[in-house]
Design a protein. Structure first.
Length: 344
């Protein structure tokens, strides 16, 4: 697109030539044929001495050989808008069921929905307006998928599961596999039937291979606006609030409640039947074994408030030095005791 159109999209001011821009490059790969975006003014020095086609930043670039620049108030917002404008992901619109898809005659498919080859939509399932079901997706008996959703390949949506509007399910998501419920008996483990369901509310995005287990009874819920990264496990009867963010490889055990606006970093493990308060932040690799108040930041394998954890960890790093001093003091004490004994 022309730089003038680019400036219009981001609401910025055009400086220099109205060049044609064909691609966006990372800052370290700036070149004469690419657009670069300076998100952090402190990194602008990386462009000094280089020739750059176009630069987007919050101020006019200095000491850079550029053909055009676009100044904006918010570089992060501009970055998001430009990525959307240059996005070349294929779009599937116009509605229709491919001849190589299987759709049960008792399923309800909106006219504008797209069902691609080798998808399987079981009896009683409902697919909403403008939703795209990609190849090798399974939509179970009486399951519902709302409007404007994108369901990527190899996703499993189990029976009676409910998916809201504008939901994105990336490849390999599993909604409604049985919760991990067993009762130990003298004969071994007896399976506890998992007869509940899963509800995914509007504007949720689940990364690749996220698993949300079916409730034992009732519902496992992921509420509106929540975003979950790849390879996250959500146990049965978990309730995740609105606008929660969970990073990759985390796990939430059964019946735990995570309230609105919580932020959970990668590799966090949360035990069952707990509550994480609204707006709590849990740092990477933390182990949550107790209820957490909202609005605080937590860290550590046996999770505690972040600053307390840092103090304790800094002391732990000094333990070898402290131990050496202790041994030296112990040896000196023994010498003094011996001297006292000898004087007697």
């Amino acid at each position: 697109m022309k730089a003038s159109e680019l400036a219009r999209i981001v609401g910025g001011k055009l400086l220099g030539e109205d060049v044609e821009v064909r691609r966006i490059a990372p800052l370290e790969e700036a070149s004469e044929d690419a657009l670069v975006i300076i998100l952090d003014p402190g990194r602008a020095s990386a462009l000094r001495g280089k020739k750059v086609l176009c630069i987007v930043s919050t101020s006019e670039p200095q000491d850079v050989d550029y053909r055009c620049a676009v100044t904006v108030e918010d570089a992060a917002e501009a970055f998001t808008r430009l990525l959307a404008a240059f996005n070349q992901e294929p779009k599937f619109t116009g509605g229709g069921i491919h001849e190589l898809a299987f759709v049960d005659e008792a399923a309800e498919i909106a006219d504008s929905a797209v069902i691609r080859p080798f998808a399987f939509v079981d009896r009683g399932a409902k697919i909403g307006e403008n939703t795209v079901i990609h190849p090798f997706v399974y939509v179970g008996v009486n399951a519902e998928v709302g409007d404007d959703c994108v369901i990527y390949p190899f996703t499993f949506i189990g029976y009676n599961v409910r998916v809201g509007n504008r939901v994105i399910l990336h490849a390999g998501v599993k909604l409604g596999a049985d919760g991990f419920g067993f009762r130990r008996t003298d004969a071994g483990y007896e399976k506890i039937p998992q007869i509940g369901t899963v509800v995914i509310e509007d504007d949720v995005e689940l990364g690749a291979n996220v698993c949300v287990d079916r409730a034992t009874i009732g519902k496992t819920v992921v509420s509106k606006g929540t975003k979950i990264d790849n390879l996250v496990q959500v146990g049965h009867n978990v309730k995740i609030g609105k606008n929660v963010v969970i990073a990759g490889n985390s796990g939430v055990a059964g019946s735990t409640i995570i309230e609105d606006d919580a932020v959970i970093a990668g590799f966090v493990g949360i035990a069952d039947h707990l509550k994480v308060g609204r707006g709590a932040v849990i740092t990477a690799k933390a182990g949550v074994h107790r209820n957490l108040e909202g609005g605080k930041t937590y860290a550590g394998f046996y999770v505690t408030e972040h600053m307390k954890f840092l103090k304790a960890y800094s002391l732990m790093l000094k333990l070898p030095e402290i131990y050496s001093k202790f041994r030296a003091m112990e040896a000196r004490l023994k010498e003094l005791e011996k001297m006292l004994e000898d004087k007697k």
